[in-house]
Write a protein that binds this ligand. Sequence first.
Ligand code: NAD
Length: 257
Amino acid sequence: MRLENKVALITGAGSGIGRQAALLFAREGAAIAVADLVPQGGEETVRLVQAEGGRALFVQVDVARVADCERMVRGAEEAFGKLDVLFNNAGISHIDDGDAVSTEEGVWDLTMQVNLKGVFLGCKYGIPALRRAGGGSIINTASFVALLGAATPQLAYTASKGGVLALTRELAVVHAREKIRVNALCPGPLRTELLMKYLDTEEKRQRRLVHIPMGRFGEAIEIARAALFLASDESSYLTGATFSVDGGITAAYVTPE
Ligand code: NAD
């Protein structure tokens, strides 16, 4: 098993990528701290992991809050004895996030709080725990939009994910000698709730698919598999990377008909 005797904390694990990662990491031997804002989703993930014979506990957190992030790391260490993997995955995409003129200050602030400050706070308390374990792996979920400009703007979201990439690189450099690896995951457009709530008609979906060389949306499990590689010792020489898993979208200039 690829994560035998490891302990992983996954934020946003009540849905989408986070839930799939919780299930996959548990199958590979890890104990999972499932952190999410929404108890129903988080508790369901725990139930699903346990139904397969895995170990998991739920911690309710708002990753934008200092006290919550401190508590989630402490909870993982107390329950499972240590922390080896921190997957800062929770993120939001606000329905009113638009261009610079239309985006309200409150939408900008909330997006930054969750998507960028949330990653900072996860690291603030997660890094000391990884040090106590003698090293580990941090995975931060960014997005392909941190690398490409989109004509349908989500300015706050895009800027927050760009911040995640910059923060990831610096953390990777600073903590490399402590055996703490830090990598950013850049998913392409996925068939999860976060995106599909916008692409709610076939016409909207087809407009987006034109830009993806593979001609389909990604699945949360396909991102979870990449996260598993980053979490495991198989990626032992990889740090500071921008790991794109995007059906070829960032490689494309013109896509096939
Ligand atoms: P999702 O909406 O299915 O899951 C996100 C989870 O995060 C939810 O369970 C939600 O309750 C939780 N969450 C939201 N705010 C939180 C907070 N303040 N504190 C704790 N938990 C909170 O979305 P997903 O598609 O699985 O997205 C996961 C990550 O991947 C996000 O960071 C997202 O930006 C990123 N991403 C998604 C796509 C996509 O197309 N879906 C593409 C690129 C990147």
